[in-house]
Design a protein around this ligand. Structure first.
Ligand code: ADP
Ligand code: MG
Length: 685
């Protein structure tokens, strides 16, 4: 077996399982092996009920003391049963598991494992898992991998498939030259892959992960460095001059640019008029007003007779930009002739768009990655702006260059990155910073609460809705089944519908919906036909609905603080007082303390750095700082030291052997050139 062996060669993976794996983008053995565990579970020894701590997952070995009591509430069967051990008693609740009524017998001994919660003064568990005592003891103490799943695919099935793949896989020879492996103390890749899936202990896991993270960063940085050398000092094919258009627009706009915005706008004008092609990043916290600066650059481009493109990571965001800019065109009679180009458009509409783009009938093209597909030919594309996208892909740059001359490139990002990391990650870009927020903003009011606060939160949302405002509620997962013990968008929406009055319009949004459906929901929300939007973090990036004033995040403990900060950035964008409610299902002191940081600060950069300080090595897994930089494992914050080492390794390597032509680098050269050589998704770097 090797990287590209189809997973159906694994015993037990038939057609049905293949389709399930496909939903997770796993079709080959290579995909499967790089489907790294999301986190690891340790099955601790059973504890006495008296010592089971609310907010923690515990195992208890208990005897049943009541006849299971079953009732039906609408289409939900709820089964309650009392249990006890010598130290205390607890109530267990099961949903939709009517068969347990026959299995759980008063006087019988059982082992349950689940999240300990409180109801009044009593301890309870909802939906605990039941185990055979002997089997439980066997896995107790081991680190068990937990994978991202999809409905119908169990964790155990993935474990089994991975185990088999690992045993049948023919590992390639080490591709790093000895100097690198030794200097950076890297485990052999084979060991690392074994260990990341089935670690013997925590220390081994940390080492394994380090090797794999190093690889991700190394591949990425190598490509980045090469790209930097290619694009450094490219001549300016589209020199531009400031015209009256931007000046007039600035005068007519209802607000004045902040000082920081003005400075960046100045930098852009200089770049686009200079002898060299622009390659610039605008970094600015959420709500700092990056869009308007990009619009100015695009307007200057259009006024100079060229085409500009604005590329967003999601259709929803692309549509929003299209609406905003079309509004400006109408109101201020700008010279833009904009068009939207997204994947979900009909073939006919797309064809028409291609024609208009090729003929130059349109001069501002707004969309997703559809913008740089082969079918699109531009008349004179002179500026490409990418929003909320960490890096403009190296491959995309090549793509565009093939379409004609090199356009100016402007990238916008709200990810707070320390200067030292920015230099590594954006080594090929000039950096502009918008470091102040528009003055008219009311600071957002925050609270960090436990799940018992929900009724109050709903009441509050209802009040805001009655006052004409809108709210977001965020859940970590789309539907039941991917993660245990966390809220999901689909069920939560139902819950909310029964908790709020009938007149309140509630809808949901998540990444697995069809793009056209997502767009529709977002449009309806923007048009205020929806009051409350229950969503996954798909709305994390860029969305701007100034009328929304409440952001409620369920299972806030599951998110990185920087990500929560991004989510918070969706409110407080208009004139109204806005509120953030972070609901934590875990009441441990550390979790609450971590979340309290959000309470103390509105500064994304400060938040990200505080989060880092608070995290121990045990928290390397599970929570990711943010979904940006789509490395499979690596996190630019927590793995900053590995990032620096990989960067150093790349520099040294290129200094010694720029073309990787030396014999000792031949395997590395092969690796870099192979399509599987990169775990990095180049659509989003
Ligand atoms: P982000 O930097 O997060 O992309 P946006 O560009 O979406 O932020 O701007 C957020 C909101 O602030 C928008 O509604 C925008 O019109 C408004 N805005 C931008 N610049 C200013 C300013 N100088 N004064 C007042 N409001 C502004
Ligand atoms: Mg934005």
């Amino acid at each position: 077996m090797n990287q590209s062996t189809p997973i159906t060669e694994i015993k037990g993976v038939g057609d049905k399982t293949r389709k399930l794996f496909e939903k997770l983008d796993i079709t080959t053995v290579g995909d499967l092996l790089s489907h790294y565990p999301r986190d690891y579970e340790t099955f601790g020894a059973p504890v006495p009920i008296a010592e089971a701590i609310p907010g923690q997952i515990c195992a208890i070995h208990v005897t049943v003391t009541s006849i299971p009591n079953q009732k039906k509430v609408r289409n939900l069967t709820i089964l309650n049963v009392n249990v006890r051990d010598t130290s205390g008693a607890m109530q267990l609740t099961f949903f939709n598991m009517p068969f347990l009524k026959k299995i759980l017998k008063p006087g019988g001994y059982y082992l349950f494992r689940g999240l300990v919660q409180t109801r009044g003064a009593a301890k309870i568990m909802e939906q605990p898992k039941m185990y055979n005592y002997e089997e439980y003891q066997k896995q107790a103490g081991l680190l068990q991998p937990r994978y991202s799943l999809t409905k119908g695919l169990t964790n155990q099935a993935v474990q089994k498939a991975v185990k088999q793949a690992l045993s049948l896989y023919t590992f390639e020879d080490e591709y790093y030259p000895e100097e690198i492996s030794e200097k950076y103390d890297l485990l052999p890749r084979e060991d690392a892959l074994h260990t990341i899936h089935f670690p013997a202990d925590f220390d081994a896991l940390v080492q394994a992960r380090r090797r794999l993270v190093f690889d991700e960063f190394f591949d990425f940085l190598l490509l980045l460095r090469k790209n930097k050398d290619l694009t450094a000092a490219l001549p300016n094919s589209y020199p531009m001059y400031e015209t009256a258009d931007t000046v007039r627009f600035l005068e007519q706009m209802p607000f004045a640019l902040t000082k920081a915005q003005k400075k960046v706008w100045q930098e852009l004008r200089e770049d686009m008029g200079s002898p060299y092609c622009m390659n610039r990043l605008i970094q600015g916290d959420v709500g700092s007003g990056k869009t308007i600066v990009a619009v100015l650059a695009l307007l200057m481009c259009a006024a100079n007779g060229f085409q500009g493109a604005l590329m967003a990571p999601t259709e929803v965001l692309a549509m929003q930009h299209f609406e905003t800019i079309s509004g400006y065109v109408e109101k201020y009679h700008l010279v833009f002739r904009p068009i939207l180009l997204v994947g979900s458009m009909t073939a006919k509409d797309k064809r028409e768009a291609y024609e208009k783009i090729a003929s130059g009938e349109v001069n501002l093209i707004i969309g997703t990655h559809a913008l740089i597909q082969d079918k699109v030919t531009y008349k004179n594309l002179a500026l490409v702006v990418t929003d909320e996208q960490h890096r403009f892909g190296v491959r995309q740059r090549e793509h565009l260059t093939e379409k004609g001359d090199t356009p100016h490139v402007l990238v916008m990002s709200a990810t707070p990155i320390p200067r030292t990391l920015a230099i590594i990650l954006y080594g090929d870009l000039h950096i502009s910073v918008i470091d102040e927020l528009p003055a008219n903003r009311l600071p957002i009011k925050n609270c960090v609460v436990n799940t018992a606060y929900r009724p109050k939160a709903y009441e509050f949302i209802q009040k805001e809705v009655a006052a004409g405002r809108q709210a977001y509620v965020i859940c970590p997962q789309v539907e039941e089944g991917e993660l245990e013990d966390v809220e999901n968008v689909v069920d939560y929406t139902e819950k909310l519908r029964s908790a709020l009055p009938v007149g309140v319009q509630i809808a949901y949004l998540h990444g697995k919906m069809r793009p056209a459906d997502k767009n529709k929901i977002m449009e309806e929300f923007a048009a205020h036909n929806i009051d409350v939007l229950v969503s996954t973090t798909v709305i994390e990036v860029g969305i701007n609905v100034p009328n929304a004033t409440v952001m409620m995040v369920e299972n806030a403990e599951r998110f990185g603080l920087a990500q929560l900060h991004q989510l918070r950035g969706r409110v407080g964008r208009g004139e109204y007082q806005s509120y953030c409610i972070f609901v934590s299902a875990k009441e441990q002191k550390e979790t609450m303390e971590r979340l309290q940081i959000l309470n103390k600060s509105n500064d994304g950069f400060f938040i990200a750095s505080e989060d880092l300080k608070l995290r121990g090595p045990g928290e390397l897994f599970g929570i990711r700082q943010s979904g940006d930089f789509s490395f499979a494992l690596g996190d630019i914050y927590t793995d900053a030291s590995v990032l620096k080492q990989a960067s150093e390794a790349v520099e040294e390597l290129l200094l010694e052997d720029y073309d990787l032509s030396m014999e000792k680098h031949s395997l590395l050269r092969e690796h870099v050139q192979s399509p599987t050589g990169n775990n990095v998704d180049f659509r989003t770097i």
